[in-house]
Structures are given as C-alpha cells and as structure tokens.
Design a protein around this ligand. Structure first.
Ligand code: PEP
Length: 249
C-alpha cells in the first residue's frame, strides 16, 4: 500500500549523546501526522535511538547492511543483527555507498534479497549522475539500476519495497531537481515497475524524492502526484527543518 514517508538519513553524523538529544527533540515536537516519519542514525547509535523512541511513532531505520547472515566480513552488520535490536527498515543503495564503497547493482541485488528474507523493509535508492542527465541518459540509467537490483524479485516482495529517487547531482549540493523533473522521473519509475511487474504494484509502491529537500521547497515537490515523500539528508539534522519538511507532506 502506498504511504507518505519522510525519512532522515543522518549519514556519519551525531555521536551517542547528540543522537539521543536529536531524536528526543524531534519526537517531542512532532505534530500529529499521517505520514510515516523515520530517522536513520549510524549503526552504533541505532539501539539507543530505538530505546529513546520507544513510545514515539518515529521509526528508526538503518543506513546499510551486509547481505550475509554472519561470517568473516570484518566491520559489517547483517540483517539479522538489525532485526535483533528492533530495526524494521534499511536504506540500500545510497549513492554515497555506490560512489565511495564501490557498491554495484549486483551487490545491491544481494542486499535487497537478504533484507527481504529477514522481513526488513527496503528503502532502495537510485538516481543518475550529472553527466547522465546532461547527456540525456537519465531515464536509461535509472531503468537499468531498477532492473538490475529489483527485477528478479517476486511480486510479493514489493510490499516491502520503498523506492527513493535521488539524482546524485542534487545530493548535498543545494541543487534540487525541480518539482517537474522529480514528477517526470517518478512517473517514469512507476511505468517501469508496471511494465516489469504489474500496474497494481506500480500504483502501490511508495516513491520518495531525495536531494537537497528543504523547508522552502518541500511543499512544491511533495505536491506532485507521483512523489510520496522524501529522503532527507542535511535538513534532517536540524529539528525545525526536519519537522517543517514532515509538515509539508
Ligand atoms: C541524501 O543523502 O539522501 C540526501 C538527500 O541528502 P541531502 O538532502 O543533504 O541532499
């Protein structure tokens, strides 16, 4: 079922004390909303955030995971470990993971499958680089990212998939895709999912936009019919900005 979601990706920011302070501050000021609100602190602070938000509707999600259940993968964290501390959702395929840690579509496909096998909901990120958009290849790039990582899933798997379109040129740059550019790509993504699976799955899948969403542009972006919410980076680290974006939905 399609939902409205605003998720904050905290990346490698906030130590333990800062994490507890920020989640408590956000929770105490969150107004009544029908949107799902999520925060994604770093691995080491997930447990503390889960405890601090026990009586809140805010969900704590992970920024990444490994595809294996356990074993000789120094420095990695498995889906089962996330589940064991109360995590229900995980971000997979963020462009920073692809760019700085060499995560390929093939690897991401394995991560998505492992997450779903462990009953984690996947927030799957994809999006073109600036050169792709400038050369007019943005639709082809996005289509292949989706096909390579998600098209071997079963139709039933899609109830646990959330898509996040994040054009790389708009992440952390202050440069936002226009609401029209976001809508155009989201509609294309829905069409691609309909062709690969069926119209019902395409209509039901939640598609977030991410890339320099701020209080000043969120209303316009979220107003587009195929934009179901946002994945928020920088603005998720300040209570007032994050909550203004939540309220924009
Ligand atoms: C992100 O990293 O997912 C993101 C959207 O970052 P920002 O909002 O800072 O562009």
């Amino acid at each position: 079922m399609r939902s409205k979601i605003v998720a904050g990706n905290w990346k490698m920011n906030k130590n333990l004390q800062e994490t507890i302070y920020l989640v408590e501050d956000i929770a105490s000021k969150l107004a009544d909303t029908s949107a799902e609100v999520m925060v994604a602190p770093t691995f080491v602070n997930l447990s503390a955030a889960v405890s601090a938000l026990e009586s809140s509707k805010i969900e704590v999600v992970a920024q990444n995971m490994h595809f294996a259940e356990s074993g000789a993968y120094t420095g990695e964290i498995s889906a089962g470990m996330l589940k064991a501390i109360g995590i229900q959702s995980v971000i997979i395929g963020h462009s920073e993971r692809r760019a700085y840690f060499g995560e390929t579509d093939e690897l991401l496909s394995k991560k998505v499958k492992a997450a779903l096998e462990n009953n984690l909901r996947v927030i799957f990120c994809f999006g073109e680089e600036l050169a792709d958009r400038q050369s007019g290849n943005h639709f082809t790039v996005v289509e292949s990212q989706l096909k390579n990582a998600l098209f071997s899933l079963s139709t039933g798997d899609w109830k646990n998939i959330v898509l996040a379109y994040e054009p790389v040129w708009a992440i952390g740059t202050g440069e936002t895709a226009s609401p029209e550019q976001a809508q155009e790509m989201h509609a294309f993504v829905r069409k691609t999912v309909a062709e690969g699976f069926n119209q019902g799955i395409a209509d039901d899948v939640t598609i977030l936009y991410g890339g320099s969403v701020k209080p000043g542009n969120a209303v316009e972006i979220f107003a587009k019919p195929d934009v179901d919410g946002g994945l928020i980076g920088g603005a998720a680290l300040k209570t007032d900005d994050f909550l203004a974006i939540v309220n924009a939905i």
